[in-house]
Design a protein around this ligand. Sequence first.
Ligand SMILES: [Zn+2]
Length: 87
Amino acid sequence: MAADIVKTPFLVNEMVVYFISPQVAHVVEVDCRIELTTTPDSCTCCSFRFRSRLDPNYRCRHIEAVRQVLEKARHAGPGAEKVICGL
Ligand SMILES: [Zn+2]
């Protein structure tokens, strides 16, 4: 069984990734006032909205961060959240 990532804050590349469900996370950047809603395939940030129209495979850094946490959690057992959260 994978680590339970929902409702645990993860620090990834100066961003806080906070999952509200197993596939949906809120992402906040260190210098940003806006909380983004990010899934492994979509994001509410301006970069993604703009670039994804031109390139359907485009992934912003928030999507990369969400995917990074999901990937680590998949290989970690229950109770390993503190190890992968980076806080
Ligand atoms: Zn984004």
